[in-house]
Ligand binder design. Structure first.
Ligand code: NDP
Length: 462
């Protein structure tokens, strides 16, 4: 019998927390997991999952338009925001139930309360005030939308949290930011018929992606009718006498709109968590500092997922949780591998990507080969839609290894998942060349780009 109430106490019922609690409990450990809101965390409750459902909802008007080219006559259509929200809420409740069931079946104790650290082994359950002890503690409290409190009128704006529960679909929206959330929601709102403006401080949206993807998506979004204002910021938001909002910008005057959404990154949720009391160190962004095994500076306390601000992605948090279990409970020290993470932006068209952008690869390698195809996908022929797909492989000329793969177009995310396996396995361009195409697909372009479109040597395109 140990001196602690629990072998493992997990703070936070999101992707990383639930996975670590469930796996440890299934191994017979005495586990408790505390969550102050709903199980499932950002991904299930107010992130990836409801977002993707919204993406589907927003694509139907294009499906209806495309149908005509294929001989269909679609009758009158209409959209109900209320019906979408209700359906989405039912699905989220179902998924939350599954998360809880998984924990219960594994034997973890579910605590519906905020939990705060009061010492290296001590946790206060805020609802009851009770203090419990645990041999090991995992901090998996995630992050929350940056409220941008220095912006005058920020309290009039919404974040992605609110976007999932708006009483009514706005007629117009201005979205600030040029990252995943801003771009995805700009397409969602536009697809649902909302007059949409994106305002981004940099030269081009999606700053960490390959230039071709960034330009290609920018052009496609503008062609659909989304207004994109780059190199600009909102300086003030105020309420008008008529009840709408006025967003003042630095370079584009005043934008009159129903809603302003701020999508300016997410901050670690560490405020008031008692990290000082437990002696856990954080960085200047408030993120818990961890080593390669997700250990904090306090030997028995671990942190994983968005609260560590390494890579803010659900599968990464889950992977970190599984590595924690291997390391701490299976005597198999395993550091999460953050290299070559495939990712998708669920914009319209989608971006799917893994590895280095052309720009980063050109800085890292003396010579790279760039294979690039831009084409109209087959489905767009009869539908008459003008959208183009872009596919790009970046190859290190020295050893022929494919170091980056980037796709803009339908199902790019699905393709990125499989490309992720190939790149992880160290695939070379020759492997692509001797792979038979799957015909007719869009993905076959990936294995039929036989000659480099251009090379980049010492940073210069040749
Ligand atoms: P991102 O980091 O992707 O984007 C934040 C954006 O806000 C950037 O364009 C950034 O500009 C801009 N920005 C930050 N601070 C300011 C400021 N003070 N003034 C003006 N602009 C500012 O964050 P998101 O909020 O979009 O998403 C959070 C995280 O969630 C992402 O990093 C991603 O990992 C994850 N996510 C993943 C999704 C997916 O996998 N499909 C979907 C949604 C989110 P700049 O680029 O110039 O720094």
């Amino acid at each position: 019998m140990t001196q602690f109430d629990y072998d493992l106490f997990v703070i936070g019922g999101g992707s990383g927390g639930v996975r670590s609690a469930r796996l440890a409990a299934a191994m017979g450990k005495r586990v408790a997991i505390a969550e102050e809101y709903r199980f499932g965390g950002t991904c299930v409750i107010r992130g990836c999952v409801p977002k993707k459902l919204f993406v589907y909802a927003s694509q139907f008007h294009e499906h209806f338009e495309d149908a005509r080219g294929y001989g269909w006559t679609v009758g009158d259509t209409s959209f109900s925001w209320k019906a979408l929200i209700e359906a989405k809420d039912r699905e989220i409740a179902r998924l939350e139930g599954l998360y809880r069931k998984g924990l219960e079946n594994a034997g973890a104790e579910i605590l519906e309360t905020r939990a705060e650290l009061v010492g290296p082994h001590n946790i206060r359950l805020v609802k009851s005030g009770k203090v419990v002890t645990a041999e090991r503690i995992v901090i998996a409290v995630g992050g929350s939308a940056n409220p941008h409190a220095s912006l005058p009128g920020y309290e009039l704006c919404i974040t992605s949290n609110d976007a999932f529960h708006l009483e009514e679909l706005p007629r117009s929206i201005v979205i600030a930011g040029g990252g995943y959330i801003a771009v995805e929601f700009a397409n969602i709102f536009h697809g649902l018929g909302v007059d949409t403006t994106l305002i981004y401080r940099g030269k081009e949206i999606l700053s960490r992606f390959d230039q071709d993807m960034r330009h290609g998506l920018h052009e496609a979004m503008e062609a659909k009718g989304i207004r994109i204002l780059c190199e600009d910021i909102i300086t003030k938001v105020s309420r008008t006498a008529a009840g709408g909002l006025l967003a003042e910008t630095k370079n584009n005057g005043h934008l009159s709109t129903d809603q302003v959404m701020l999508a300016l990154g997410r901050d670690p949720n560490t405020a008031g968590l008692g990290l000082e009391a437990a002696g856990v160190a954080v960085n200047d962004r408030g993120a818990v500092i961890v080593d390669e095994y997700s250990r904090t500076n306090v030997p028995n306390i671990y942190a994983l997922g968005d609260v560590t601000d390494r890579v803010q992605l659900t599968p990464v948090a889950i992977h970190e949780a599984m590595c924690f279990i291997e390391t701490e409970y299976k005597n198999n020290p395993t550091a999460p591998d953050h290299d070559l993470i495939a990712t998708a932006v669920f914009s319209q068209p989608e971006i799917g990507t893994v590895g280095l952008s052309e720009e980063d690869a050109a800085k890292r390698f003396e010579e790279i080969e760039v294979y690039r195809a831009q084409f109209r996908p087959m489905k767009a022929t009869l539908s008459g839609r003008q959208e183009k797909m872009i596919m790009k492989l970046i190859v290190n000329a020295a050893d022929r290894k494919v170091v980056g793969a980037h796709i803009l177009g339908h199902d790019a995310g699905e393709m990125a998942q499989l490309l992720g396996v190939s790149l992880k396995a160290g695939v070379t361009k020759d492997d692509f060349d001797r792979t038979m195409a799957v015909h007719p697909t869009a993905a076959e372009e990936l294995v039929t780009m036989y000659s480099p479109t251009y090379r980049v040597r010492n940073g210069e395109r040749v």
